[in-house]
Design a protein around this ligand. Structure first.
Ligand code: ADP
Ligand code: ASP
Ligand code: MG
Length: 405
């Protein structure tokens, strides 16, 4: 089956005028002889409003009814797009996650897709209907609605493309591709024609929200042909590709930032074996992801300071968890700072090129920006700095690595 998956994000379905525009993109694919599955997000801002609404009833966000509330935004847009297409004489119908069904695990608020049953949709496609699937939604085996985490419609689209062996998965959004950094922050950011899955995965996981990280990981695993394109203009976009064997790239691919960070310091931790295991074990029990970690070396092996970062959204639970074990561990002080940002420089070149860390640290120093924590991977260097300086840091690093247009 000649099938394509098209995903439209929040700004692409922000109102009916916009939905009418993207309907033409769907029609264009149908006219070219493709079977089409369209995956839609909620209208821009709607999920945020639903979260605020749900929060007024409970302090505990990740529970089943919360997901029922959150998932409603995508129900509206799938039906609106299907209606607009039918009005254009393109046969289409809406599908909610549970109607497909898209089976997920039970982690409400950040559920993982376990299986997508293809039968119902295939039947509909055979009848020449366009299938408009609400993104972001899943259903557990116990018949409860789940959501796939913020930005999760990207993951819905890629998972659907993999399940249906689509020829490609096009992510339509409000920028015309993946840029060297967020073009809304650095005006001189450059659009990339190509980027490898691996680099995209690092950029996304370090905060480039143009694609949800899990969607890139899935595309990489199932070899889904992924593109990022503009909903508003007819431009070529960015293709996410496998690394070519002889592709000796020399430059940095991009810079990402994440403001969703909280820095925690436990000072005066008695320097004994097993302390780190105790601290991070307690956080892991609450599914809190610890990212950057530094431990100061202790004088006379008495006490150390342990500093680490977690998602800002987890700070309340992290604080209560750690304060509960303060006596047992014996640390002196708990200090939390949320006025921090993580800036990451990503590029395959790091495997072979030296001096990238030097350029990064020198550039920040020249701008009087203090580094709190550093972490690295094979193709990434991240620093944690004060959030006051994040735009300055991004602009100066972008320029220092020769990425400006
Ligand atoms: P959608 O609602 O279509 O899913 P998102 O807001 O989730 O769109 O993602 C698109 C946004 O991602 C852009 O508006 C841009 O500000 C941001 N962004 C961050 N980093 C990048 C990058 N490297 N390239 C392109 N866009 C980026
Ligand atoms: N509407 C959801 C969100 O805002 C999912 C998505 O847009 O991808 O996170
Ligand atoms: Mg998104």
């Amino acid at each position: 089956m000649k099938l394509v998956v098209l995903k439209f994000g929040g700004t692409s379905v922000a109102d009916v005028t916009q939905i009418k525009k993207i309907a033409l993109k769907v029609r264009n694919e149908v006219n070219q002889g493709y079977k089409v599955i369209a995956v839609v997000s909620a209208m821009a801002g709607v999920t945020n409003n639903l979260i605020e609404l749900a929060k007024t009833t409970t302090e505990i966000p990740y529970y089943s009814e919360y997901d029922v509330v959150l998932s409603t935004g995508e129900q509206v847009t799938s039906a609106l797009l299907a209606t607009v297409l039918n009005n254009l004489n393109i046969k289409a119908r809406s599908w909610l996650g549970w109607q497909v069904p898209i089976i997920s695990d039970k982690s409400h608020g950040n559920a993982v897709i376990e299986e997508i049953k293809t039968e119902n949709i295939l039947e509909s496609l055979k009848k020449d209907q366009v299938a408009i699937i609400s993104g972001f939604q899943g259903i557990t085996k116990e018949n409860r609605i789940t959501t796939l985490g913020r930005g999760g419609s990207d993951t819905s689209a890629v998972a659907i493309a993999a399940a249906f062996s689509a020829l490609r998965c096009d992510i339509y959004t409000d920028v015309d591709g993946v840029y060297t950094t967020d073009p809304r922050i650095v005006k001189s950011a450059k659009k990339l024609d190509l980027i490898t899955y691996e680099e995209m995965l690092e950029l996304a996981s370090q905060g480039a929200k143009v694609l949800q990280t899990r969607s890139v990981a899935l595309a990489m695993k199932y070899n889904v042909k992924l593109r990022v394109l503009s909903s508003f203009e007819d431009l070529p976009g960015t293709s996410i590709i496998q690394e070519e064997k002889n592709m000796e790239k020399t430059e940095i691919s991009g810079i990402a930032h994440s403001l969703n960070e909280a820095k925690i310091t436990l000072s005066g931790v008695p320097d004994q074996p097993g302390q780190a295991a105790e601290i991070f074990g307690a956080l892991a029990k609450h599914s809190i992801n610890v990212d950057m970690i530094v431990q100061s070396s202790s004088i006379n092996y008495e006490a150390t300071d342990i500093t680490f970062t977690i998602p800002e959204t987890n700070m309340t639970i992290a604080e209560s968890t750690l304060k509960k074990i303060q006596k047992k561990i014996g640390f002196k002080k708990f200090i939390m700072d949320t006025k921090v940002v993580k800036i990451s420089v990503v590029g395959n070149a790091m495997r072979t090129q030296s001096g990238i860390a030097k350029t990064m640290f020198e550039t920040l120093a020249n701008n009087q920006i203090n580094i709190h924590v550093i972490s690295t991977s094979e193709i990434k260097i991240s620093v944690l700095i004060s959030s006051d300086y994040y735009e300055l840091a991004m602009r100066s690093l972008h320029s220092a690595f020769g990425l400006d247009v």
